[in-house]
Design a protein. Sequence first.
Lengths: 113, 112
Amino acid sequence: GAVVSQHPSWVICKSGTSVKIECRSLDFQATTMFWYRQFPKQSLMLMATSNEGSKATYEQGVEKDKFLINHASLTLSTLTVTSAHPEDSSFYICSARQGNEQFFGPGTRLTVL
Amino acid sequence: GENVEQHPSTLSVQEGDSAVIKCTYSDSASNYFPWYKQELGKRPQLIIDIRSNVGEKKDQRIAVTLNKTAKHFSLHITETQPEDSAVYFCAATPRGFQKLVFGTGTRLLVSP
């Protein structure tokens, strides 16, 4: 099956710093990738749809200037959490679309001190 | 927009019993309904999916049924095993969109 990787798997940072998370489709090209965040014992909440070569589409309530998404190639999308604060601590998961299916990355656990 | 509700939130069964998780969706135009299994701290894994032109699909111990009229779909796991213990999410893809809208999840615990 399709493989999606994510890096880093975990990161701890100080409040006010920016953190970049990478999502890669390893064995297929993905024109569309998705970014989710998941709080403990909760469901996956879609943050944005990342489209290769164009601007991301953000879900209602997600600040596009805080969560910067870049999808510069068919195999890589990045999410940058700018000026991170403790409330941004969460599990961030990306997925890449192939046909109707979405294949998920292993997730990045972000802890902001 | 699409809204997906999922029940129950927790489900405890004995090994060998069957487990059923139900989801309802609001957008009658939704046309793709996957189910994911997520173990603690890991990525969601697709276990089965169904499209709107099919009423039922089975894969070994797992089956999914879809009732388009009632706008609900269900996951059925037979002969449950302790390794089936995880959180299960249903999802729906609204027609014309690429994104998934997830249900709230069901924590399944299978006791030996």
